[in-house]
Ligand binder design. Structure first.
Ligand code: F6P
Length: 342
């Protein structure tokens, strides 16, 4: 048995831990051979491979990024994409594919598996934590820790200058990173895409913070939107899955707060810092367990499935369940956090 492995979409801490676990268990326990596909779906589409064996995965557990590279290539949009993927799998004698990715990468795996009979198993990853069917994705915990550390640091400089500091975090159309890091970092307002925000209310929170001689920290998710108005974007370009590049709301918000309250405001956009560097212990643990269970699914020829975390158990769910609906923040969780606003 030869198993192909690819990592697609935005990278995140823990990808290497999954690859390592898949290869270690696959070789040691099942005697499998592996082919790494470079740069997500670009690899099987173009026949771009990299050797993948136990020596290749030594020492990669704490390393961020992915040794296989990643991209947002969509083979379903490429000319004869499915045919080319199938031909390359045959050419490299790959019997099954493990696709490690988020909504887009797993969406392609779902189509290839369910509609075109390509034997695929999925592993969910994304710092956004927005995949349904799993309680958590790896990468999220690391991103939250990075954002929390940044908020902690911003508190002290905000206090010294008595300024408003707006922190824009990633998460696409889900507010998980904003909510978790905002709560952990003691933010005075947390704005998420799931709940449109009222600028007057945000300014009132800011002012009430100054009244007690503290400087406010406002955490805003890149996908958050004002009540009256549209999403604020600085770039309108789309990727090959049709997603627009988010970011810009932080700058806009600081300017609006400054204009309305007369208080000096600055913005920090955390951006890709949230995706880089070494994974947290939780993400290494989760990624490793996902890898071990994914190769078991391959052994069982349980195609069209994805490994998922439910409580502390790793289970298998249909790949389709992960991608049909975004997992967004429950309004009750947001309401719960409101006691700390202002
Ligand atoms: O999906 C992960 C993510 O980091 C989002 O939070 C963010 O909107 C997007 O990817 C950024 O994409 P890129 O790396 O293409 O700039």
């Amino acid at each position: 048995m030869r198993v192909g492995v690819l990592t697609g979409g935005g990278d995140c801490p823990g990808l290497n831990a999954v690859i390592r676990a898949i290869v270690r268990k696959g070789v040691q326990e099942y005697g499998y051979e592996f082919t790494g596909f470079r740069d997500g779906w670009h690899g099987p589409l173009e026949g771009d491979t990299v050797p993948l064996d136990i020596p290749a995965v030594r020492g990669i557990l704490p390393r961020g990024g992915t040794i296989l590279g990643s991209s947002r290539t969509n083979p379903l949009k490429a000319e004869n994409g499915v045919r080319r993927v199938k031909d390359n799998l045959a050419k490299y004698e790959v019997d099954a594919l493990v696709a490690i990715g988020g909504e887009d990468t797993l969406g392609v795996a779902t189509a290839l598996s369910d509609e075109y009979g390509v034997p695929c198993v999925g592993v969910p990853k994304t710092i956004d934590n927005d995949l349904a069917a799993t309680d958590y994705t790896f990468g999220f915990d690391t991103a939250v820790n990075i954002a929390t550390e940044a908020i902690d640091r911003l508190h002290t400089t905000a206090e010294s200058h008595m300024r408003v500091l707006v922190v824009e975090v990633m998460g696409r159309h889900a507010g998980w990173i904003a909510l978790h890091s905002g709560l952990a970092g003691g933010a005075n307002a947390i704005l998420i895409p799931e709940q449109r925000f009222d600028l007057d209310q945000v300014c009132a929170w800011v002012e009430s913070r100054f009244k007690i001689r503290y400087a406010p920290i406002v955490v805003v998710a890149e996908g958050a939107m004002p009540k009256d108005g549209d999403m604020v974007l600085k770039d309108q370009t789309l990727d090959s899955f049709g997603h627009v590049r988010l970011s810009g709301v932080g700058e806009w918000l600081a300017k609006e707060i400054e204009r309305r309250t007369g208080k000096e405001a600055r913005t920090t956009v955390l951006g890709h810092v949230q995706r880089g560097g070494t994974p947290s212990a939780f993400d290494r643990w989760l990624a490793t367990r996902f890898g071990l269970h994914a190769i078991d699914a391959v052994r069982d020829q349980d195609w069209g499935k994805m490994v998922a975390l439910r409580g502390t158990e790793i289970v298998r769910v249909p790949l389709r369940d992960a991608t049909t609906q975004l997992k967004t923040v429950d309004p009750r969780l947001y309401t719960e956090a409101g006691v700390f606003f202002g």
